[in-house]
Structures are given as structure tokens and as C-alpha cells.
Design a protein around this ligand. Structure first.
Ligand SMILES: C[S@@+](CC[C@H](N)C(=O)[O-])C[C@H]1O[C@@H](n2cnc3c(N)ncnc32)[C@H](O)[C@@H]1O
Length: 264
């Protein structure tokens, strides 16, 4: 382990979850988190990962930053941040929330992270501004193929319904990001399985397998995180249960966090 926890203090260290099962019942809503973006992740995910794998003053790269959940956690935890998303509107929204920020350095931009030329150009510019060569942690929370559509742009991964094409494009994005991650540092993907044409597509396992086959990395953790939707709270659980039995499926209640260590 190359990360030093001495600056975290005892109380915070205790609070780092080292179990492979994360049951998180309530979404953190403090600070800038507003849960306005369909498909965002809960702040506890980047919070745990950032605290475990980086130190204060280091830099996190989020290649599918969406509504900025990782960025707000970086701000709270005093880590610098570089982030991209293909959705121009959400980038503008995040920029508007960050106008008061002084404690960290950050660079956020609209970019297609599957396109190497675009990626390299924006990344070199960001690295120059932050005065660093590479980043210390990479996080990737892609669309789960086409189950939630984000934009109408042709390069948006949420427009891809074909598994092979999705994995190729996702690996292109991961490869582009990994070029800027320091050797021996960590990266995490957050992904869920999907259901298509009457069967489960275990997207998480396919993506983890594709990463292992494409890059010199070690798989360090497979974490299962619960999904607490509002179905139960709305008293509609019995309807979902009825549908699941009738249509022969299980209700997804979990997502994966795969943690890897870059070895090149
Ligand atoms: C699951 S969301 C990420 C949500 C984010 N973690 C949050 O908390 O708000 C996936 C994001 O990937 C973006 N995206 C899809 N294709 C992309 C691409 N080719 N390049 C960059 N971003 C892309 C979408 O616009 C969407 O915001």
C-alpha cells in the first residue's frame, strides 16, 4: 500500500469501510450534493475511495463526472480534481456550483473521453494548469449501456445497446484515463448489471474481465453496494415483487465497485 493514512486521524481511519459489502441506507445530502441528476452515485462511494486511496493535496480524475459528486467530495476532503463529461449542460451546472471554491484546484470540461485526441488535448491543458504530470486516483462511473439516456450525442455511451461495442468504447475511455494515472496507484469503476431481452447481462463482470484483459492491472477489490431505491418507501414494493414473479426476473438491489491497481 503506497498511501499513508497518518494525516487522516484515528476517528476517520476507523470510518474507512474495508468490507466487500457496503450497505448504505441513506444518501449523504450535505454541502453541494443535491441529487438532481438521474444516474448519479451516492457521495459515500467517492468519499470512501478518495480517503482510502489518496492523500490531501493529491489529484483525482473522474472521466464520467456527471453532476460532480466526486468533485464535491474532493472539495470536502481537500483533493484536487480533473473531470470530464460529454453532457455540456451538466458541466455548466457543476461550474455554477463551484464559483466560490478556493480550497482546491480543479479543471472540468466537456469532452468525449473515448476519443484519444480530444482526451489528450484537454488533459494536457488541465495537467498544466494544476502543475502536475499525472493523477493519483482515477474513478469511472459510466452509463450502464443504454438503460438511462444522458444526451443525444452519437459518442455518448448511453446510446449503445450492443455489449461488444459498449465494452470497446468503455475500454478506450479507461485506457485514455490510465495513461495519466501514476504507476502503482489505484482506480475504481462503479457499474451495475442490466436486464435485456429476458435475461441478465452481467455488465459488471464483463467490464472487469475486459479491464483485466486489456491492461496490466491487479484486481484489488470487488465491492457490492446495495441500491436503496424509493420503490419500498413509496409502498410499491409489492407491485415490483408481483412483476418480478410474473415476468421471471430478480429486482436489482446491488451495484459493483471494482478496484484495480495500475502496474505499468
Ligand atoms: C452514470 S453517469 C455518472 C454520474 C456521476 N457519477 C454523478 O454522480 O453524477 C455517466 C455519465 O457519463 C457521461 N458520458 C457518457 N458517454 C460519455 C463519453 N463518451 N464521454 C464523456 N462522458 C460520457 C454521461 O453524460 C453521464 O453524465
Amino acid at each position: 500500500m503506497n498511501t499513508d493514512y497518518s494525516d487522516l486521524g484515528n476517528a476517520v481511519q476507523k470510518d474507512i469501510n474495508v468490507d466487500s459489502l457496503w450497505i448504505i441506507n441513506e444518501r449523504s445530502k450535505y454541502g453541494k450534493h443535491s441529487n438532481v441528476y438521474h444516474g448519479n452515485f451516492i457521495p459515500q462511494i467517492p468519499n470512501q475511495l478518495i480517503r482510502r486511496y489518496t492523500k490531501k493535496g493529491e489529484t483525482v480524475l473522474d472521466i464520467f463526472m456527471g453532476s460532480g459528486t466526486t468533485l464535491y467530495e474532493c472539495e470536502n476532503l481537500e483533493r484536487n480534481f480533473i473531470g470530464y463529461d460529454i453532457n455540456n449542460q451538466i458541466i455548466d451546472f457543476v461550474k455554477s456550483k463551484m464559483t466560490d471554491t478556493q480550497s482546491i484546484k480543479f479543471e472540468i470540461n466537456c469532452a468525449d473521453v473515448t476519443n484519444k485526441e480530444d482526451f489528450d488535448a484537454t488533459m494536457l491543458n488541465a495537467l498544466q494548469k494544476l502543475n502536475i504530470d499525472k493523477v493519483d486516483f482515477l474513478i469511472a462511473h459510466p452509463p450502464y449501456m443504454d438503460i438511462v439516456k444522458f444526451t443525444d450525442q452519437a459518442e455518448d455511451l448511453s446510446r449503445i445497446s450492443d455489449l461488444k461495442i459498449f465494452l470497446e468504447k468503455f475500454m478506450a475511455a479507461i485506457g485514455n484515463g490510465l495513461n495519466y494515472l501514476k504507476k502503482d496507484r489505484y482506480f475504481a469503476i462503479i457499474i451495475g448489471d442490466i436486464y435485456k431481452k429476458s435475461e441478465v447481462i452481467p455488465l459488471g463482470f464483463y467490464a472487469s474481465d475486459a479491464i483485466k484483459k486489456s491492461f496490466a492491472v491487479k484486481l484489488k477489490g470487488v465491492i457490492i453496494k446495495n441500491i436503496e431505491g424509493n420503490r419500498g418507501k413509496l409502498g410499491a414494493y409489492n407491485i415490483w415483487k408481483y412483476r418480478a414473479l410474473k415476468s421471471d426476473y430478480y429486482i436489482f438491489k446491488h451495484e459493483y465497485i471494482f478496484v484495480f491497481k495500475k502496474e505499468f
